[in-house]
Design a protein around this ligand. Structure first.
Ligand code: NAD
Length: 497
């Protein structure tokens, strides 16, 4: 096993028996461990309410690794670093025991007081936990102290501000790592490289050459068991406020002066500041909401899902048109759409270039296809460039061709999971791919206007798309009125991956 320069760390996972820890955190840590990317001096304390013994917890970690990765190589050594404390996070006294355990592991593994507190729990506990971490002395050590927080970060701007103020009582902004797992995805991280490392693209990346951008994130699954949470959230808060706006910021930002955390985050924030704010009566012209209904093959509608109001007004689909009012993007619509129970699971970005000024090959029956750059985020990872070329034969006829780059086939194996990369970044103190409070604040301010209007106007057409389809008709009309249409996801697939 290679050794690493990642500092030794004590990782405390609050919510250690939960779904996120099991499906994402333990397998990611195991990968990092086996790749030699974490220091051999590390320890993990799992904190959760269940009264498990340490052995039960270790077995749980082992099972989660086995289920997810299918190998147990080095597992005994890996789980020997895991400890468990059964602890209700609202119970003040347990923090003293936790501190004693942490201090003893500090000595045992020579961790230099470096601590990461990962809150894999419901957000209502975040403030209580951070208050205790400070007041009970868990942050009184020499090393670094980092707080990792899962989404959702509030459910609107006032609640996010309240949460942020409470957390900031105990941690400074540069100690807070707000997870947006899209920022850990390989091809989302690739957006900057595609843009800023290619002379071919960056000169064209503006309103003179780009006609519109389309960002799609669709899921085949419905809300499953998360109806209670989703009823209060909806697609706008669950997807647009964070993941979709973060992808837009990366697509639209100016080149940073350097690839440092501050410079990159600074440029992203400027995009969010330039988002054209909507007035109440403009929301309907820029945003469309949808809710899935039952389909003919017996697929349940959203209103029939467990823990969902049979008359629910919650949206499971959002399409929107964003305008960025700055020099680079004046007049270029950026369309976004995201939904549950769609026909395909896919996250893709399509950059559509403007038509060339004069078409020498114009054929009334077959107009030239526009050039497209497609960035495939998931499940396929890659890039496709759609061009026009000559059709073989004597006539000068054009035919669309695709240049493909598939990340999956280059690596020959799965690229690292987003959580693996983000955990590693956090251990190394690199906050670039985590959201800054300024992003969170501006995103909520933008999205809140839309939710306010939607909350006061019940959507009489719900449900307005059948489970397993491409979404409501109104989403197509949103683009049609600008003379565009959504590029069909299936036709954009990366070949041969
Ligand atoms: P979960 O309900 O599966 O697990 C919750 C954990 O919190 C359990 O370990 C439970 O023991 C613990 N817990 C609850 N109340 C407690 C208390 N009073 N004291 C101590 N421990 C307590 O939740 P989850 O799905 O793992 O989600 C955790 C967080 O991650 C949430 O903020 C969620 O929004 C976020 N998140 C989850 C996922 C996912 O895939 N599961 C994805 C993105 C974000």
């Amino acid at each position: 096993m290679k050794q690493t320069d990642t500092p030794s760390t004590l990782l405390m996972i609050f919510g250690a028996t939960g779904d996120l820890a099991k499906r994402k955190l333990y397998p990611s840590l195991f990968h990092l461990f086996n790749k030699g990317k974490i220091s051999k001096d590390f320890a993990v304390i799992g904190v959760a309410r269940r009264e498990w013994t340490e052995e039960q917890f270790k077995k749980h970690v082992e099972d989660s690794v086995l289920t997810s990765i299918g190998t147990k190589e080095n597992i005994d050594e890996f789980i020997s670093h895991f400890y468990y404390q059964s602890h209700d996070v609202s119970d003040s006294e347990s923090y003293i025991t936790l501190k004693n355990l942490a201090d003893s592991l500090d000595n045992k593994y020579n961790l230099h007081g470096n601590r990461i507190f990962y809150l894999a729990m419901a957000p209502e506990f975040f403030g209580t936990i951070t208050d205790h971490l400070k007041s009970d002395g868990l942050t009184d050590t020499q090393g670094f102290h980092r707080l990792v927080i899962e989404k959702p970060f509030g459910h609107d701007l006032p609640s996010a501000e309240q949460l942020n103020n409470q957390i900031r009582e105990s941690f400074t902004e540069d100690q807070i790592y707000r997870i947006d797992h899209y920022l850990g995805k390989e091809m989302v991280q690739n957006i900057e490289v595609i843009r800023f490392a290619n002379a071919l693209f960056e000169p064209l990346w503006n309103s003179r050459y780009i006609s519109n951008i389309q960002v799609t994130s669709s899921e085949e699954l419905g809300v499953e068991e998360r109806g209670r949470y989703y009823e209060k959230s909806g697609a706008l808060r669950d997807m647009v406020q964070n993941h979709m706006l973060q992808m837009v910021a990366l697509l639209a930002m100016e080149p940073p002066i350097k690839l440092t955390t501050e410079e990159i985050r600074g440029e992203k924030v400027k995009v969010l500041r330039a988002l054209r704010p909507l007035k109440d009566d403009e929301v309907k012209d820029y945003f469309v909401r949808g809710q899935y209904g039952p389909n003919e093959t017996g697929g349940r509608g959203y209103r029939q899902e467990p823990n969902v109001d049979p008359n629910s007004n919650t949206e499971t689909y959002v399409a929107g048109k964003l305008m960025i009012d700055n020099f680079r993007w004046a007049g270029v619509p950026i369309y976004i759409r995201t939904g549950k129970r769609m026909e395909t699971k896919s996250t893709k970005i399509v950059i559509q270039f403007k038509d060339i000024p004069m078409n020498l090959y114009y054929n009334r029956d077959k107009p030239l296809a526009p050039n497209l750059l497609v960035i495939h985020i998931q499940p396929d990872e890659g890039i496709t460039l759609h061009l026009n070329a000559k059709k073989s034969g004597q006539n000068v006829e054009t035919t669309p061709v695709k240049l493909n780059f598939s990340n999956n086939s280059v690596d020959g194996m799965n690229t690292p999971e987003a959580y693996e990369k983000l955990l590693h970044d956090c251990m190394r103190g690199d906050a670039t791919n985590f959201t800054h409070w300024d992003d969170v604040k501006l995103s909520w301010a933008y999205v809140d206007k839309i939710s306010e209007v939607w909350e006061t106007t019940k959507e009489t057409e719900f449900p307005n798309y059948c489970a397993g389809t491409a979404g409501p008709k109104a989403a197509d009309e949103l683009l049609e009125k600008d003379g565009f249409y959504w590029w069909p996801i299936d036709n954009l697939d990366v070949d041969n991956c």
